[in-house]
Design a protein around this ligand. Structure first.
Ligand code: WT7
Length: 635
């Protein structure tokens, strides 16, 4: 699917209306970009000064220990202060911060004042449980307001959150708890999805059993079914919030700009997930600037980022930057098509959503149900649309633009990564669009498409995407593994000092970037990032499997689906029952998103002479394509 996005024949231009450009925060991309590049440090210093600092920075950028860059050195700032504390001193205390709808249809909303108080109360609860500055707290919850409150409370006291997406299962959760060494886990009894309960507490119990470092578990009651509560370890959130200790006043920790804010695990080339580390200072400067300029957030907007807070998209653009900007956000708990395929469009109409930001896989999934579902609703409140997660194919782009946006809402196709913290290549509402291209770098960002030696590729030539200058929300390291950080991102272009994104891309004659896809062993399934090695080690952990290889195969809705090839141990026979068992095993070891669509048993896997599995060959075979260069194949 990704390869189809580059099609010069379809590169017609789309321009935002004059009204949108005229009223935008940045009506002239070109001049702002040019100005930013003339002095990057001055540019970011100016942006940083829009926030409240406990103590100003001494130095904008410290490159003395590159690639371990530091931003706003010497400055003291806490993201929870800029997201909440400073707003309750102004008229914004009465503004709606969050409107929330549960899948069963229940509704809640929080003003800035109320969100601030709840955060303070929960911060005090955490403190009373002994959580201190620098401690890691793991959060494993559904898409409910308490998830946001938990993250903010952790940040407020200077602790570090590690949110694990609720779609992951017990082993994946246990691995992440273990890596972060979290003594406290915050979860809920369950989450609603397609009318069913996802048993989060049950999975959390299993994970804690496998990773006994956890001493306390805080449980939010959401779905209400009976759950096991371990005496002396498990506590109900609502009980704790009712204690006198949960006072609604809590002093915000005066964290250093470079103090860690969170760890977020993501997939890479090896089976071990990478704990991407972000900090208080640069991260808030970058995410608030990008959200304000790209989605042109105004006080009267109702912003809906339909991602999960458990991913970087949710961290940056549901939780932190909208609050920093004092915006009103909407959050929805459940599935887009539940109970009917008009659920999203009904909510856009009902809540008067002005900006919708989602992923190509969701758009393709909804497009499948036809135009009648969105056409039953008045979607005229929409002003801007957004896309993220993988290249958007032009067909889905046009449907989104015409049927949802009625041809008047430009689509901001934002390319970025867990590692980058915020949008890197993206239009602003003053940039001409080409369906399928993420267009141009954000101001202050220098990107290029280069060959292995680092020469810039010619127009429309395939190359590697690199970022040539540091930026404030760049990852600081991989938690507990600085060598891997250097190796993974900075080794390939060590001489030049460039960041290797891990994507292949092309730049066209107008300087527009077309991202093609990953160059490493990462597969994007429904926009989720999965490592082949994680799924393979999940398969091999089953007693029947001796060896496994997985590949991504293009799929119309999900972008890619997973095919797995397994060599069985002696004494085991391939059967439909075993296929089902293995799928179930992956569901528990990794999570439902990682379950292969197809599992095939084989006696042999294509390997190089050095023993590396040639996934490329498996993929060509699966697609019925020529196998290409197989001179290194040992078979
Ligand atoms: C990878 C990063 C950033 C939030 C969600 C994903 C792919 C992301 C786009 C886009 C083409 C995209 C890249 C990237 N990707 N956005 N607009 N166009 N590809 O974060 O899970 O860290 O994945 O997602 O391959 O490297 P992530």
């Amino acid at each position: 699917m990704s390869d189809m996005s580059f099609n010069p024949a379809t590169t017609d231009w789309y321009y935002p209306t004059e009204d949108i450009v005229k009223n935008a925060h940045v009506p002239d991309y070109e001049s702002v970009y040019k100005e930013s590049m003339s002095d990057i440090e001055a540019f970011w210093a100016k942006r940083a000064s829009t926030l409240e600092w406990f103590k100003p920075w001494d130095k904008v950028l410290d490159s003395s220990n590159a690639p371990f860059y530091k931003w706003f050195v010497g400055g003291k700032i806490n993201i929870a202060h800029n997201a909440l504390d400073r707003h309750v001193k102004t008229w914004r205390k009465n503004k709606v911060a969050l409107i929330w709808e549960g899948e069963p249809g229940d509704k809640k909303s929080y003003s800035y004042w109320r969100l601030w108080q709840e955060t303070n109360k929960f911060a005090n609860v955490l403190k009373s449980m002994g959580v201190k500055k620098g401690d890691r707290v793991t959060i494993y919850m559904g898409r409910i307001p308490e998830l946001m409150i938990a993250m903010l409370a952790v940040a407020k006291i200077g602790a570090i959150h590690s949110v694990v997406y609720g779609g992951f299962s017990e082993q994946a959760l246990a691995d992440r708890i273990e890596d972060a060494q979290s003594r406290v886990l915050i979860t809920c009894d369950g989450a609603w999805l397609r009318g069913n309960i996802v048993e989060l507490k049950k999975m959390a119990d299993q994970a804690v059993h496998r990773s006994p470092v956890v001493e306390s578990v805080i449980v939010v009651k959401r779905t209400g079914q009976e759950v096991h509560m371990e005496q002396g370890r498990d506590y109900w959130y609502h009980d704790l919030m009712g204690l006198p200790i949960a006072s609604n006043i809590c002093e915000t920790e005066q964290t250093d700009a470079e103090d860690p804010l969170f760890i977020l695990y993501t997939s890479g080339t090896t089976g071990k997930p990478k704990g991407i580390l972000h900090t208080h200072g640069g991260y808030q400067v970058y995410t608030s600037t990008t959200l304000e300029w790209v989605f042109d957030i105004k006080d009267e907007d109702r912003w809906w980022c339909a991602a999960d807070p458990g991913w970087i998209t949710g961290h940056s653009y549901i939780v932190y930057s909208p609050l920093i900007l004092g915006a009103t956000s909407f959050m929805y708990e459940g599935a887009p098509t539940y109970p009917y395929p008009n659920r999203w469009w009904k909510m856009v109409e009902e809540y008067g959503i002005t900006i919708l930001y989602t992923a190509p896989t969701a758009i393709r999934g909804l497009m499948r149900f036809g135009d009648a579902w969105p056409n039953r609703h008045n979607l005229s409140s929409l002003r801007l649309l957004g896309s993220v997660g993988e290249p958007i194919n032009p067909e889905a782009w046009r449907w989104y633009y015409n049927v949802i946006g009625k041809g008047k809402s430009p689509i901001m196709d934002t390319w970025w990564q867990t590692e980058t913290g915020g949008f890197m290549i993206t239009p602003l509402p003053s940039v001409g669009l080409k369906p399928g291209s993420a267009t141009r770098p954000f101001p202050g960002i220098e990107v290029d498409v280069v060959d292995d030696e680092g020469n810039s590729c010619g127009p429309d030539e395939d190359g590697k995407l690199v970022i040539k200058q540091p930026w404030p929300s760049m990852l600081r390291t991989i938690y507990g593994d600085p060598d891997r950080f250097v190796q993974q991102y900075w080794k390939a272009y060590e001489k030049q000092g460039w960041y290797l994104a891990g994507d292949s891309a092309r730049k066209d004659k107008d300087g527009y970037i077309w991202v093609i896809g990953r160059i490493d062993d990462v597969i994007k399934v429904s926009g989720y990032r999965l490592g082949t090695a994680e799924i393979e080690s999940g398969l091999v952990s089953h007693k029947a499997v001796a060896e496994a290889a997985v590949i991504g195969v293009p799929d119309d809705v999900r972008g890619n689906v997973i095919y797995a090839y397994c060599i069985l141990r002696a004494g085991f026979q391939g059967s439909d029952e075993l296929v089902d068992q293995l799928k179930d095993h992956i569901r528990h070891e990794v999570g439902p998103i990682a379950v292969p669509t197809k599992i095939e048993f084989t006696n042999l896997l294509p390997k190089t002479r050095s023993g590396k599995i040639m996934r490329r060959v498996l993929k060509s075979r699966a697609l019925g394509l020529p196998e290409g260069d197989i001179s290194t194949l040992e078979e």
